[in-house]
Every structure is written in C-alpha cells, then in structure tokens.
Design a protein around this ligand. Structure first.
Ligand code: BGC
Length: 574
C-alpha cells in the first residue's frame, strides 16, 4: 500500500499534514512545480504514477519532466507522455496533443517498470530544467519561522487516511464463481471467465442471497467476501443498486422500493451491507462499492419523466446516495465510486456541469466529499472507450464532426476523453484531487467484421462519422442488449491518466432487459428500448433500438448475447 507522497527536491517549504504534504504558499514567480510520485509495487515490478502540477507561469510550447532513479528501475511502458530512459535518467516529454500546462494545471503520467532490490522514490524532479520544490519561485526562501502551517479551512487528509490511492493497483480482483460458472458453460467461455466482475446487490434479499431468482445468485454478501478471502483476492466489487424509485427514466430495472421508501433503503439495505463489510475478518480486502447506477444523472436530464421528477422533489436519490456514501465510506478498506453515466448522456454542456453539481450535492449530503473515492462511467453501457479514427476536433471540408447527426453537438466522441474531462471538472468544483475514474469496458469492444479499419474517405460529415466510428449502434442513446457489441478491454488497473481501472461491472452475458413483456416476481418491468421492433423516443432520437431479440429479464443469463460479445470482442480473444 503506497500513499501519495509530495516530493520536494531541495528540502524546503513542505509541511506535513498526515497522508500528504502541502507546499507552503510562496509569492508566485516564473517557474515552479510539484510532483506527487506514487508506486504500487510487487517483488519485481511496479506501476508508477506521477502527478505533475505547474506552479509557475503558463507553459505553452511543451514541457519536459526529468528525474533519476536511485536503483535499477527500468521503465517498460509509459502513458500520457513520451518516456525515454538512459541509464538511471528518465525524460518524459509532453504528448503532441498536450504541449500546454497552465498555471496550476496538472498532468497525470503513469508507467510500468521492472526493478530488483529496493525501489526508492527519486530524490528530485525537474520541469523544463527547474527543480520541483512544491512551490513557485526560483529563489524559494523556505518556510519562514512564523509560517502558520495549513489554514483553518484546510480540509486536511480524508477521514479515512489509510486508504490506498488506487484500490485496483497491484492486486488480483475477485472472480464471482456464479458468473464464472455461467460463462464457462458457454463454448469458449473459459477464455474470459477468469476476469473479475462486480456483484450486483439489486435488492434487499441479495444481501443474504436469493435462491431461485433468475437474475441474481444464491451467494450473499458474506459468501462473496468469504470466497474472495479464499481466492486470495485483493479487491472485490459490489454494485449498490436499490434506491427508492430506482431506474426512474426506464422500466427494465425498476426496483423493489417505492418512491417514498428511503427509510427502508437506509435501514434494511445500506445498514446491513455496511455492517457486513465492517467485519474485521474482511479488513484485508479492498471493498469497492459502485454507487447507484444512473440515478443522479437522471435528476439532471430526465425530470420530464414523472418518477424522476418525484425523486428530485423528495430528495430520495440525493439523500439515499449521501447515506450510502457516508455508511459505506466510513471504513478504512472501503472505496466508493459514484456512477456518472456516460458521454452519450452528459457530454453536452447543458448536462455536464449540472450533473457534476448533483454529485457534489450528494457527496455533501454524506458529510464530506472525501467519502467519494472516484466515479465510474459507461456502467452497463456500450460507448466506445476511444474512437481511433476521429476525435472531437476532426472536421470534414471545414465542417466539425460535432455537427454530424451521430455526435449531435456533444463535446465528446468517446468514453475515455469524457471520463478524464469529467474528473478534471469534478475536482475543480470541490471533489478531492485524488479521485480516480473507472470505465466499464464489459461490452464496448466493437470488434468483429463490422469494425472500420481506418478513417472513412467520405466527404460529407455524416458519412465520414458513420464510416469511421467503431461504435456501430444506431444511436448513442440506445442502451439495451445492443446488437453487434463485443467485450471491451479486459479489466486492468491504471490504464490511462486519471483512470483507476477498466472494469467489468456489468457481467457480460447478463441481460439489460427483456425484449418482450415477461411476467416476473422480481420487480422487473418491460422497457421498449429492449424491444427490437420499437421505433424509439426522444432519448434515442426516435430511432430503432438496436436491441437483440429473445432477451430474458434484466440480470438473467442471455446466452446468445454472451456468444456475440465473445465473437465481437476487441481486443479480440485469442
Ligand atoms: C439488473 C440487475 C442485475 C444487473 C447485472 C441490472 O440491469 O436490474 O438485476 O443484477 O443488471 O446484470
């Protein structure tokens, strides 16, 4: 377990505040920088994270970060910058698209490396030749004797300061044996069944386990935690998904609790889960709680739907999420990640900041923004991780791709660029600067024969975007059992700047909703977005749904979908 450390080259101007170190305020000057260097290591290798902040004047024409390793560390792969190593000397230069670094702007670099012996933190870092002291100014006088230290409004370390920065790093994730068994029963399923997937606690009964339910397993929370210990897993992922008036803008995953059932949510759902997670027997596990899919974004964009309007008016979502964050965030080994929808939902300016503000409201309702360790995007969705053949800045004959029907003035064309930007924005409005993002890559691979192999040569913007995009959906608002989708990136930690992990939260092969009405006693409705014959509503531009036919109720095993996801996996399965 390694906590962020602020590295100050010349031992000046640094005050300890518990988990981190805070640079003293000095008069601003031309150059200055701060580096937070974090590692997650095992016996022969490590993943390094370098958070670089420019404390000096804006840099506009390129930056260069350098350090010397003390031992035999050798970088094998780096990201978010161009890495070069000569002996012990490392030079990282800006990526071509990121030559600027404004005052107080940060970049988060990462790398994988080999080493043996000890893995000491480099003694100093330089930015464009200036040593990073943690404060601005070439003639830094150091702290004055009367330095008052952190101001009274300094939030200080999070209340749960012994948490690791990235709970996914350096450890193996829990493999849910109930999902594994279903995957293994499919031809070729053993190629993917070793991946960690999340355990959905989608009703009160799931806490103890639900024998006989088609959309939930018979293992309860304790069973999964015990099994995680038995596997020697380092982390386990639960989805907290049972708000009053759940899934207010859709019908496929309507839950068991009515719109006024906040007291039951607290007492019968969150409290018992928190009590089990608090058992000291599980203290060695990093317990990751993914909090309430789709709920807060629905309060921003879908209050024209009656149940969403009710949940906004009665505070059930904000107070429920706040309560969950408080109770589940209180332990030293639990990590809350709040659901933040996806770029095809809140990537427009009109939705971006308002959604972030609702997140802040819920976090404050929990008592502290530090109860939020991060956010997750694309849960159970299909948005491409990155569009390799065009970006938001691309244009065709002078027409921006933002004007295409597909992009429709969104500010993002893919999930990772959105997640990184949303993270930056969340920090700017008051979330902890250490928050990290997760991206659900369970079903956003978009491989197979329909995947474009390069940018389109079409000369109109719609034809260019439609011919170039790997996301083959009919419309980005389509969300149910999408035809043509494939498994995405396999779960792994620290894959990109600001991203704690790619995760498989929606277990591949579990339905998003039934394609026809199927009576059931699990509270699952029929949403026509899961019906391939439905011609849509305003949330998918009145398009066909692109859903597969023959789907069972949400959460139930959908063999045909699982097989298609494997066939269209990207990266492909070997
Ligand atoms: C369903 C849950 C299920 C989850 C994971 C949701 O859409 O409502 O019952 O556990 O998906 O498959």
């Amino acid at each position: 377990m390694h906590l962020p450390r602020v590295v100050a080259a010349a031992a000046t101007a640094v005050l300890a505040t518990g988990v981190g170190l805070v640079a003293a305020n000095e008069a601003s000057a031309a150059a200055g920088c701060r580096v937070v260097y974090t590692v997650n290591q095992w016996s022969t290798g490590f993943t390094g994270s370098v958070a670089l902040t420019n404390l000096g004047d804006p840099i506009t024409n390129g930056w260069r970060l350098e350090w010397n390793f003390a031992g035999n560390q050798r970088i094998t792969q780096g990201w978010s910058g161009t890495f070069a190593q000569s002996g012990q000397h490392v030079t990282v230069t800006n990526p071509s698209w990121g030559a600027s670094l404004p005052t107080n702007g940060s970049v988060n670099l990462g790398f994988n490396a080999d080493y043996s012996g000890t893995n000491a933190t480099p003694a100093s870092f330089t930015l464009n030749g200036t040593v990073c002291t943690g404060s601005a100014g070439p003639t830094d006088p150091g702290p004055s004797p009367s330095d008052p230290g952190p101001s009274p409004s300094d939030p200080g370390p999070p209340p749960t300061g012994n948490k690791v920065d990235n709970p996914y790093s350096g450890v193996q994730g829990y493999r849910n044996p109930e999902w594994q068994a279903k995957a293994n029963a499919e031809p070729g399923g053993s190629r993917v069944s070793n991946n960690p997937t999340a355990v959905w606690l989608d009703r009160i009964a799931a806490i103890e386990g639900t024998d006989g339910s088609s959309s939930n397993g018979s293992m309860g929370v304790r069973d999964h935690l015990d099994q995680a210990l038995a596997q020697g897993a380092g982390y386990i992922q639960f989805v907290i998904y049972n708000l009053p008036g759940r899934d207010c803008s859709a019908l496929a995953s309507n839950g068991e609790l009515g719109v006024n059932d906040l007291p039951r949510y607290k007492a019968e759902y969150i409290d018992p889960i928190a009590a089990i997670q608090a058992d000291s027997k599980y203290a060695s596990l990093r317990i990751i709680n993914i909090i309430e899919i789709d709920s807060l974004p629905n309060l921003t964009t879908n209050t024209n739907v009656a149940t969403c309007a009710t949940m906004k008016a009665n505070g059930g979502y904000v107070q429920g999420v706040g309560y969950a964050l408080n109770k589940l965030g209180a332990l030293g080994n639990t990590y809350n990640y709040v659901d933040a929808a996806h770029h095809g939902w809140i990537g427009w300016d009109s939705n971006f900041n308002p959604t972030a503000q609702v997140m802040l409201e819920a976090a404050r309702a929990s008592g502290s923004v530090n109860n939020v360790h991060g956010f997750i995007t694309n849960t159970a969705n299909y948005s491409a991780l990155t569009e390799p053949y065009f970006t938001i800045s691309s244009s065709v004959n002078g027409t921006s791709v933002r004007q295409s029907k597909w992009v429709d003035w969104n500010q993002y064309v893919d999930e990772q660029s959105f997640a990184q930007a949303f993270r930056t924005h969340l920090v700017s409005i008051g979330f902890n600067s250490g928050i990290g993002m997760l991206i659900d890559t369970s079903r956003n691979g978009w491989g197979g024969s329909a995947r474009p192999t390069g940018p389109s040569t079409a000369t109109t913007v719609d034809a260019f975007v439609n011919g170039s995009r790997i996301d083959r959906r009919i419309h980005p608002g389509n969300w149910c059992n999408q035809s043509g989708a494939g498994l995405g990136e396999r779960p792994r930690s620290a894959p990109a700047s600001g991203i704690d992990a790619y995760v498989w939260v929606k277990p591949p092969g579990e339905s998003d909703g039934s394609s026809t009405l199927i009576p059931n006693d699990e509270g699952k409705g029929f949403d026509r977005m899961c019906d391939p014959t439905y011609t849509g509503n305003e949330r998918n531009g009145n398009n066909l749904t692109g859903a597969l036919s023959g789907a069972p109720i949400s959460g139930a095993w959908f063999s045909a979908q699982f097989r298609e996801l494997m066939a269209n996996a990207y990266p492909p399965l070997s």
